[in-house]
Design a protein around this ligand. Structure first.
Ligand code: ARG
Length: 611
């Protein structure tokens, strides 16, 4: 009997160790982590000042309503904000509100604002440019690599459930999207002060393992499995489905195997564990290529016992019922959502019941403020049912935000990829293709270096292209691959941003050491505009995190890079005579490179040293 549970015990110990490590990480961060106060950034400071000047005016007591942006080109301001929404909320005319606000601001002013004026529903601000410019560069210099971090959610814990591929199958493009988006969100949440738990809820349980075990026991070829585990397991699974057509009775055998597995039959558990280990080893090398990491890799199988216990508890509380005809456990229609099963008629647990158990586990173990599920749009109903059921059952504590972060499909030629049509691109192939194409770029540009160096550069460009193509598009939409656009050196791609950073570094190398000055100076509008753009970085990061929308960051980085390239075409830093001005320009350029590099790092994209 002891031997019966070996595979599970072993696995349980692995999981327990990783849970302890996560608890320790949260504990240590609570105690030791230092945060950068969001309020210290020039733009945020200004927003708070403006709100203080306006508050109470016209009976408007809102807070956090000023969102500064660039004044549109046809208006001669440095920054502006709009009052449309807030005027509407108070049933007032936007133009009148803007006018009244601007006169308040002109009375208050402070040391940064030169003049305010109204233009329709906009309030435009002309700044004391010198003061702003100096503060901007001083702030970025003082914070260095940490410029952009904020403390908005300091101390809160977030669990981000992403990637979650199914074992014994190759990682497909759907799971790739989850991996890319989830990893970026995890970084953005961390940037906002959260203690982040990166949780890979792998699909390692379900009736399909009954079929796979049957196929393995019947046709399995150990040597082939050892060589190419995922491919071979996939083939076995496909073979099972081919054979079912002529031998329907094997379906029952498979079902029976799965039931025995749920009962932790030792022989079957060892086979299953082997599938799991081989798959994780394979996934691990993909994650390494992508530069993605996890704090937890638990998987559905960990939650079967809890799932059974919880279903019984819910039955006792009449939150669900046994269907008399089938014997399955059903949750009836509620809150406009269709009914669903919590237990199969043969007594097996389900994706849903394992998810309920997992949700409770996360709450009890980590006390998170938020849990994000980064899973394709096609599971939207599933998550609405999960959340609504858990709320009714009282499993969700007040103040916990659970959210399904959906995303669209990956299309090729406007069609969904499918295994049957042979249009399914496996992730490894996709990465391989992208790296090959990047090698061509490197060769075309005539970059020199050892072949290892060139390979590393092509790797950074190729992987970056895939990640960026995904993240720059709005998450919920379907996306497609367009190699030409993905590897466009002129803009709209990771390689454009990577190249901008490399170019700045080569300018800085030419300049030699960047000295210091007491006051940062600028001459023309383009360098002022560049510094102003730079100062938007902290707010953009916060916005991208709060909206779960990494594409805001991509848009921003492209605008920043293009503002830099305009500056670079207009101004020669090397030939600048005046010391203060030259140093300021070098500092500004270095700050831009730092922001692009950091922005890309948050998207898990690296920048090679040379290109
Ligand atoms: N493995 C699942 C699938 O491929 C995704 C799991 C997502 N996470 C969750 N907690 N349900 O469909």
């Amino acid at each position: 009997m002891e031997k019966q549970t070996d595979a599970f015990q072993h696995y349980g110990r692995e999981v327990a160790a990783s849970i302890d490590a996560v608890k320790k990480k949260i504990h240590d961060e609570k105690k030791n982590r230092s945060y950068i106060p969001f309020g210290q950034y020039p733009i945020e400071k200004l927003e708070v000042e403006l709100e203080a000047m306006i508050k109470g005016k016209l009976g408007i007591e809102d807070s956090d309503f000023v969102e500064l942006g660039h004044a549109p080109a046809h208006i001669s301001g440095d920054l502006c904000f709009e009052v449309f929404d807030m005027a509407k909320r108070h049933g007032k005319n936007p133009a009148a509100v803007a006018l009244s606000f601007s006169s308040c601001i002109n009375e208050g002013k402070g040391n940064m604002i030169h003049e305010a004026s109204a233009f329709g529903g906009f309030v435009n601000l002309v700044l004391h440019k010198d003061t702003f410019y100096h503060q901007a560069l001083a702030c970025s210099e003082a914070l260095g690599d940490r410029f952009g971090e904020n403390d908005r959610h300091a101390g809160a814990v977030v669990v981000i459930d992403y990637s979650a591929p199914n074992i014994a199958k190759p990682i497909g493009v759907g799971h790739l999207r989850s991996t890319i988006i989830g990893a970026a969100l995890a970084n953005l949440y961390e940037n906002s002060g959260y203690s982040t738990i990166r949780d890979n809820h792998i699909g390692d349980w379900g009736t399909q393992f009954g079929a796979l075990i049957y196929a393995y026991k019947t046709w399995g070829d150990e040597a082939a499995i050892e060589r190419e585990p995922i491919r071979e397991l996939k083939n076995l699974y496909v073979r099972f489905h081919e054979e079912v057509a002529d031998h329907p009775e094997i379906q029952d055998k498979a079902r029976n195997y799965f039931l025995q597995l749920e009962e932790k039959n030792a022989e079957l558990a060892n086979i299953w564990k082997r599938f799991r280990d081989l798959s994780l080893r394979d996934f691990g090398s993909t994650y390494q290529r992508l530069g993605v990491t996890f704090d937890l890799t638990i998987g559905e199988s960990y939650f079967i016992d809890d799932a059974h216990r919880i279903v019984n508890e819910c039955l006792a509380r009449a939150l669900c019922r046994i269907d008399h005809e089938t014997g399955a456990v059903v949750v009836d229609e509620a809150e406009g959502l269709p009914s669903f099963l919590l237990r199969k008629k043969d007594g097996a647990s389900l994706y849903m019941s394992r998810d309920i158990a997992c949700l409770r586990f996360r709450i009890e173990t980590f006390n998170p403020a938020a849990i994000l599920y980064v899973v394709g749009n096609e599971q939207e109903l599933n998550f609405r049912q999960l959340f609504s059921f858990c709320r009714r059952a009282g499993f969700l504590p007040a103040g916990l935000a659970v959210e399904h972060i959906g995303f669209g499909m990956v299309l090729t030629d406007g069609k969904k990829m499918s295994t049957r049509r042979g249009t399914l691109i496996e992730l490894e192939d996709l990465l391989g293709q992208s790296i090959e194409k990047s090698k061509e770029i490197v060769a075309r540009k005539g970059t020199d270096g050892s072949s290892d160096e060139l390979d590393a550069i092509a790797h950074a460009i190729g992987v970056g292209a895939i990640l960026y193509n995904d993240l720059k598009q709005s998450r919920v939409k379907n996306i497609s691959f367009d190699w030409k656009r993905m590897l466009d050196l002129e803009g709209g791609s990771a390689v454009y941003l990577q190249y901008t950073v490399v170019r700045i570094h080569s300018i800085l190398r030419k300049l030699g050491e960047v000295g210091t000055v007491d006051t940062y100076r600028f001459e023309g509008q383009t360098e002022f505009a560049l510094a102003r753009k730079l100062m938007m970085f902290p707010s953009i990061l916060l916005k991208a995190q709060e909206a779960n929308a990494p594409h805001h960051l991509c848009t921003y980085l492209e605008e920043l890079a293009s503002a830099f390239n305009t500056f670079y075409n207009e101004v020669s830093i090397v030939q600048t005579e005046q010391h203060e001005l030259k140093t300021s320009r070098a500092v500004l350029s270095r700050a831009v490179a730092r922001v692009i590099r950091r922005g890309l790092a948050l998207l898990n994209i690296t920048v090679p040293n040379r290109m």
